[in-house]
Design a binder for this molecule. Structure first.
Ligand SMILES: [Zn+2]
Length: 469
């Protein structure tokens, strides 16, 4: 501080960003954002919400009796939390029920595998089927195979998902689950198995949905646990024929109606303009869906509760949307986009929490160019939570993907997902995997983002200008 030049440059560094922010947000709004951040960090992150959901309702597969109970639970929970308005919007979708699955090696040795049928898998005949296995490195290798290699066999796709902080290893790996059975069916296979799309080395399988397509024939399909997939690869490596027994009992239902559950904090100045927070209410039928996506339900509810505890209402409205039937095909997100697409100019931002309960480390956004400085100013208030500035593009989370063709502005608050896929879609997705401290960091980030987005002097540009971005 003794050399004037250094003092000057330090001052410039310190004051330039603050001056820029001051033009965007007034001091009162920033002070409230900081209070929200501190108060949410000191809170429970909504742990009470995910605890109650996973205990009282438990697994809540879309289209089951538990789904209907979850909708009633969510409506009551949002009403009790003090939202100004709570309502339901219908979502109609095909769904699927698991009865049981059995996968076992019968030749050259006998061994039962840990397996879970994939969503929309047809059942086998009672007693199942026995066939020789043909193994492929990945979906592309199966696509390239001749019908002769596949016909009458059980296809096994062995691609392995590796851990990654941002979850980017999921997309390439999950193609085998989404499409493997359809491709195998086209080539005459009698069954399809995949290595679980997950990173656990424990002996349980990761379920998940296949693409539902009434026009395409499918075949019975299941995921086997990673250790069993390793064992099957070694058995194949012996060079002798490997035969498996596969039996699945399951049923597809063409049409069921559930509901997106919505709560509104009504804006004080521009109530027709909306900041939309999302999470999905449904889960897989194994585990209690604590990470996927009870945590998201907790995080966005707690962010809204923090804002409702203020002395004033935000300028714009805030919606909490608990989406239906995400797991089996983003049906709640599709219905929401369809119901609101003519009104997207009024939606400030969409942001869904659906990546477990790990801490948030970055913010990315797809907004109009003139609104990017607002994202930078919001990031400055997230910095003390360890959140850096990410990319100038975002998806908004799975349930906002169907809104992309209509130009919804979206934000991603990226969670550390290094261990998320150890539990994803398994029996082991249970409440004990959630650290309340991380949940509180998430809720603090969503509270700051939501408050400042609702107070922003600039709209984020939803509408035709963001289509195709
Ligand atoms: Zn999810």
């Amino acid at each position: 501080m003794k050399i004037p030049g250094i003092t000057l440059s330090v001052c410039l560094l310190l004051f330039t960003p603050l001056a820029a922010q001051a033009e965007l947000f007034n001091e009162d709004d920033l002070a409230i954002a900081r209070d929200l951040r501190a108060s949410a960090l000191a809170g429970n992150g909504g742990f009470d919400v995910v605890e109650d959901l996973t205990t009282r309702i438990g697994p809540r597969m879309a289209g089951t009796e538990a789904d209907a109970r979850a909708v009633a639970w969510a409506q009551a929970m949002l009403e009790e939390a003090g939202f100004d308005r709570v309502w339901l919007e219908p979502v109609t979708f095909p769904t699927w029920y698991r009865d049981f699955e059995r996968v076992a090696v019968v030749e050259p040795v006998e061994q039962a595998f840990e397996a879970l049928a994939l969503g929309f898998s047809p059942g086998t005949e009672p007693g199942g089927l026995v066939a020789e296995v043909v193994m492929f490195d990945d979906l592309d290798a199966l696509e390239a195979a001749s019908d002769d290699q596949v016909e009458g066999r059980i296809v096994f796709i062995r691609n392995r998902m590796e851990r990654s902080r941002d979850g980017s290893s999921y997309g390439p790996a999950v193609r085998a689950r989404s499409l493997g059975a359809q491709v195998a069916a086209r080539k005459g296979a009698v069954g399809a198995l995949i290595r679980s799309i997950g990173t656990s080395t424990n002996r349980f399988a990761h379920t998940g949905t296949m693409r539902f397509d009434t026009a395409q024939r499918s075949i019975p399909a299941a995921a086997i646990s990673n250790p069993d997939a390793d064992q099957l690869e070694r058995l194949m490596g012996l060079g002798e024929p490997v035969r498996l027994h596969l039996e699945i009992s399951a049923e597809t239902i063409e049409s069921y109606t559930s509901y997106n559950v919505l709560g509104e904090i009504t804006g004080s100045e521009s109530p027709e303009k909306i900041v939309a927070l999302g999470a999905h209410l449904d889960s897989w039928d194994v585990g209690t869906g604590a990470l996927d996506d009870g945590a998201g339900v907790a995080i966005i509810t707690e962010a809204a509760r923090q804002i409702m505890a203020l002395d004033q209402r935000p300028r714009r409205s805030i919606h909490v949307i608990l989406f239906a039937a995400e797991e089996i095909g983003l049906w709640g997100g599709r219905a929401w986009a369809d119901a609101h697409k003519d009104n997207f100019e009024n939606y400030q931002l969409g942001a869904e929490s659906d990546f477990g309960a790990g801490p948030i480390y970055a913010i990315s956004a797809k907004v109009a160019d003139e609104a990017w400085p607002v994202i930078e100013a919001i990031q400055a208030e997230l910095e003390p939570l360890g959140i850096e500035l990410g990319r100038r593009t975002a998806s908004g989370g799975p349930d906002f993907i169907p809104s992309a063709p209509f130009g919804l502005a979206v934000v991603d608050l990226h969670q550390d997902g290094t261990t998320y896929f150890d539990y994803h879609h398994t029996e082991n997705d249970t409440l004990d995997k959630i650290d309340p401290k991380d949940l509180a960091q998430n809720a603090a980030a969503y509270a700051v983002l939501t408050w400042l987005a609702a107070q922003s002097p600039i709209d984020f540009g939803s509408g035709p200008g963001l289509i195709g971005r």
